[in-house]
Design a protein around this ligand. Sequence first.
Ligand SMILES: Nc1nc2c(c(=O)[nH]1)N[C@H]1C(S)=C(S)[C@@H](COP(=O)(O)O)O[C@H]1N2
Ligand SMILES: [Mo]
Length: 324
Amino acid sequence: MHFHRRPSWHIPEREVTPERVFLDRRSVLAGLGFAGLAAASGLGLPGRASARPAGEAWTPKPPLDPAYADAGRAITPEAASGSYNNFYEFGTHKGIAEAAQALPSDPWTLRIEGMCAKAGEIGLEDLLAKMPVQERVYRHRCVEAWSMVVPWIGFPLADLVKWAEPTSGARYVRFETLVDEDSMPGIRQSWYPWPYVEGVTIEEALNPLPFMVTGVYGKVLPKQFGAPIRLHLPWKYGFKSAKSITRISFTDTQPVGFWEELQGSEYGFWANVNPEVPHRRWSQAQERVLGTGDEAPTQLYNGYGAEVAGLYAAMDLDKRALWF
Ligand SMILES: Nc1nc2c(c(=O)[nH]1)N[C@H]1C(S)=C(S)[C@@H](COP(=O)(O)O)O[C@H]1N2
Ligand SMILES: [Mo]
């Protein structure tokens, strides 16, 4: 199986500056007849509090990014991906979709904080109006050795970072997610370190791949997928892709993730997919493809090495740490 789809605008990581990431991707959208931010983001009306109920059709249809139109495997039917979820705020089993419908996802405000010029609160609709909303088909690999392929709708994290204008001292982006006592029975399990937190380096955040997801299957993101806004990092184990994000912080301190805090030796900061490095308790060589029951070989960086391996090539760290 070949997963190397180098986007036409790919350039070596060492040459990527925030401006290059931004401008190169803009020209891709221009080539699609991209008419403007407001058109692509749909209802971006400032001050509009409530506009996108979870599960409704996303209108108008956002452009499909040609670099991520095909993930090399069939798209997982929503019946499978939408009924087999990890969202511990609603319970530790996979059947949380019904309980998650209580999640209050609309309206939604994001707090941008820390080492950046745009610290403050912004409504999700106002943010979407500034971002190049598009569709991308990505593979997802959970550390539990199952995988899926989903057509996300959202915008590159790199665009949000660039808009927020981090200061030169900012080295990490930290994501914190909703804790809502009324709707989330899972947070009563007080031995878990709520809220769910995750993070990436600024360099990772500026890579073109990280995607801020607000929709899937042509619809506003259904609640069990982490409505109304979640992250997707296709080359990392799924636990890095935090759901229902409320705060995005720019910081000089490496964030400690929810799973890292619980069991750092098994779920570390980097968590890049590698079939040759087993989890302490199971192999990572194969994955069970949701919706089919097939087993497939797992790919290094989940098949996205052409895009991301350069991030780690020059890093001075214990190489084992890259995989957990
Ligand atoms: N807030 C929050 N985000 C989360 C999780 C979670 O329990 N809570 N689980 C993670 C894990 S382990 C995976 S595999 C993915 C699952 O996303 P999905 O249910 O949309 O497939 O979400 C990740 N993000
Ligand atoms: Mo996961």
